[in-house]
Design a protein around this ligand. Structure first.
Ligand code: IMP
Length: 194
């Protein structure tokens, strides 16, 4: 089975992606002996995903992909966006989510979307896969699963938050699920089969 490194320390992301990548041996950063934080200094998902994937490719020489993702709220002019992981100033899901709820106090437009960009470095070539999931932000938290902003985000076409929906449904409609599906399709259809 082909090996592919996932350039993330986020256990939730890794769990979601593992459920969608049967037939590929995913290696974690721990598996390849990488224990530092990878900087994400840029202002676009694409640049941050490339930064993470290239750092790990340079370290390991192995095929690798990185996901950079976030929640973009229309009434907040796209915030938290690339700053989703530390919107409140801290890497704290609860504080970040409360800041979004506060920012939307009294807002009529509660529409938002999640975006994920995957950067894959495969045999030294760089490829991108994107996924978007439209939805809306509710006024209080609902549900216990998922992570990040999931308890306040309802995907379009559903009446439950991502924290209330089972993982198989989240993976079918989520930003990350769509981006991962595109990458998996690409990997299995290349000339050199996995
Ligand atoms: P990254 O590690 O810089 O890509 O940060 C992603 C951040 O965006 C996470 O820490 C969450 O705050 C948010 N995020 C991205 N995808 C999701 C998701 O599927 N559910 C909830 N929050 C998410």
């Amino acid at each position: 089975m082909q090996q592919l490194v996932i350039a993330s320390n986020n256990e939730h992301k890794i769990g979601e992606i593992k459920a969608m990548t049967e037939g590929i041996e995913l290696l974690s950063l721990k598996d390849i002996g990488f224990s530092q934080d990878i900087p994400e200094p840029f202002h676009t998902f694409e640049e941050n995903a490339l930064a993470k994937a290239s750092a790990i490719y340079q370290f390991s020489g192995k095929n690798v992909f990185a996901d950079d993702s976030g929640l973009c709220v229309n009434a907040l002019h796209g915030a938290p966006g690339v700053d989703s992981a530390h919107y409140s100033g801290e890497r704290d899901d609860e504080k970040n989510l409360q800041k979004v709820l506060q920012g939307l106090t009294g807002a009529e437009d509660r529409s938002a979307f999640y975006k994920a960009v995957i950067c894959l470095v495969w045999d030294g070539e760089v490829y991108y896969f994107e996924g978007i999931c439209e939805g809306e932000i509710i006024t209080g938290k609902r549900g216990d699963s998922g992570f990040g902003y999931d308890p306040i985000f309802i995907p379009a076409g559903y009446d439950k938050t991502f924290a209330e929906l089972p993982l198989n449904i989240k993976n079918q409609v989520s930003h990350r699920g769509k981006a991962v599906m595109k990458m998996v399709e690409f990997l299995f259809n290349k000339e050199k089969p996995l």
